[in-house]
Design a protein around this ligand. Structure first.
Ligand code: R2B
Ligand code: URA
Length: 309
């Protein structure tokens, strides 16, 4: 057992704080988290957020509100779930709900949108002095050779050439960062799914693209510059590289969490099997139920970690 840096003898583990990797930040008198409509001067971030242990993010504002209400119910917290309040009500860029030790935040669609949110979220967790935080993205995706409704827990987030890396242009030059996720958390999530026995779940690689249509090899966009055969060949190559689903945020999510010392996982449901088509044809109620699957899985994970199960 590791002792904490105070060297006290209470068998306390060393806390893992959220780290920002920016030497300029600590010298700033105020930090305005513009897209959250929060600031270190106007808000007491340690008091508001210091007890957070689980941060769940997802694209849609409505889905992340529903997740907050669901977690409220699952953790049997006092008060009524319908009354969760959007902490970022001063802006409509992102929404944010806090229920006990769980923070639920929306990130919009695509790498630029989630990356702006993650800069401000990681700074928020740092300013609030949060420790031992797990960050989980709950999302939707296109399955590669999977039955619709299958949940994929990401082992590696990969780019368009199936490499586990994220490329960021900084001052006109490309910086490459690794996109490995936490293996322990992924295995714990898979174990949760085995206990639930409610829907198929697997661990696989997730490909992150910068477009939903041509960028994911779809034949049904406003533009299409390739043939049906070329699409299938690309998906086959992806499958051979271990890719089991395609979405639009995982690489930058994995890269930023890794650099900042935050344990992270990606849990996405496949809405369709891309070998069978491109359009999402399932009825609305089926899609709603599919999107609840990552939430049910992550709720089980949180309850287990909190010792409620
Ligand atoms: C999954 O679903 C969205 C596109 O429909 C995108 O945000 C993603 O990663
Ligand atoms: N989200 C994606 O990015 N792709 C899909 O095919 C479905 C959801």
């Amino acid at each position: 057992i590791l002792l904490n840096h105070a060297g006290n003898d209470q068998n306390e583990y060393i806390k893992q704080h959220v780290q920002v990797k920016n030497p300029y930040l600590d010298a700033m008198e105020e930090d305005i988290l513009y897209h959250f409509s929060l600031s270190t001067k106007t808000h007491n971030l340690p008091e508001m957020f210091g007890d957070i242990k689980f941060v769940c993010v997802g694209g849609s504002a409505n889905r992340m509100k529903a997740f907050a209400q669901f977690i409220h119910q699952e953790l049997e917290l006092p008060g009524i779930p319908e009354e969760v309040r959007d902490i970022c009500e001063g802006t409509d860029r992102y929404c944010m709900y806090k229920v006990g030790p769980v923070l639920s935040v929306s990130h919009g669609m695509g790498v630029p949108s989630i990356s702006i949110m993650l800069h401000e979220l990681i700074k928020l967790l740092h300013h609030a002095q949060c420790s031992d935080v797990v960050l989980i993205r709950l999302g939707t995706s296109g399955g590669v050779g999977l039955a619709p409704g299958t949940v994929v827990v990401t082992s590696k987030a990969v780019d368009y050439s199936f490499r586990p890396q994220f490329e960021q242009v900084v001052l006109g030059k490309v910086i490459t960062r690794s996109t490995e996720l936490d293996e322990g958390v992924a295995n714990e999530l898979l174990q949760c799914s085995a206990e639930l026995q409610s829907f198929p779940t697997m661990i696989g690689n997730t490909m992150c693209t910068h477009d939903f249509y041509e960028g994911q090899g779809r034949l049904d966009g406003a533009l299409c510059s390739f043939s049906h055969e070329e699409k299938l060949e690309y998906l086959r190559k992806a499958y051979e590289a271990g890719v089991r689903n395609i979405e639009m945020e995982s690489t930058v999510f994995a890269a930023m969490c890794r650099v900042c010392g935050v344990k992270a996982a990606v849990v996405c449901v496949a809405l369709l099997n891309r070998f069978d088509g491109d359009q999402i044809t399932s009825p609305h109620d089926v899609l709603v139920e599919y999107q609840q699957r990552p939430q049910v899985l992550v709720s089980h994970f949180i309850k287990k970690r909190l010792g409620h199960i």
